[in-house]
Design a protein. Structure first.
Length: 160
């Protein structure tokens, strides 16, 4: 019998560590759940937090919109091949499971941002269409956000 063990460091509170309030709010909401998701996918907490920051956003306005929807990744409802608004989930766990079902196999085992982006943009046969193929700069933008997320993880006391 095999057991998965995730070591999760809790989000710290306070501003003595130079952590902006909206970033602290983001980490308080997602650090633990996305650490578990990262363990499930064999990837890193920083990559999953980057995905949420890039797609759902981590500004006050984005958090005000996405937190009530339990939608950290900005997943849209698709009607007739077009986005028709953000999807609402009953729980954060349901949102994580939905994203894992749709995209998890693409990023399984990715440790670097380059491998994570490669999995999203160049899926293997049977894994669906490329992720966000309308943005030719998606990969470089993701890698830039990854660096920023890492900086704020340090400032906000998030392990990962």
């Amino acid at each position: 019998m095999t057991f998965k063990v995730a070591i999760r460091l809790p989000a710290k509170t306070g501003t003595a560590n130079n952590c902006p309030s909206e970033k602290q709010r983001f980490f308080n909401w997602l650090a633990d759940p996305l650490a578990g998701m990262a363990t499930d996918l064999g990837t890193t907490q920083q990559l999953m937090l980057t995905m949420a920051a890039k797609e759902g956003g981590w500004t006050t306005a984005a958090l005000n919109h996405n937190q009530p929807l339990n939608n950290p990744f900005g997943v849209n409802i698709i009607k007739n091949g077009r986005a028709a608004g953000n999807k609402a989930y009953p729980t954060i766990g349901a949102a994580i499971q939905d994203w894992e079902n749709m995209f998890g196999p693409r990023v399984q085992g990715a440790i670097s941002p380059a491998d994570f982006v490669k999995g999203l943009l160049f899926p293997k046969p049977g894994q669906g269409q490329p992720y966000n193929s309308v943005n030719p700069n998606y990969g470089s933008q993701f890698i830039q956000v990854y660096g920023t997320v890492g900086k704020y993880m340090g400032r906000c006391g998030i392990g990962g």
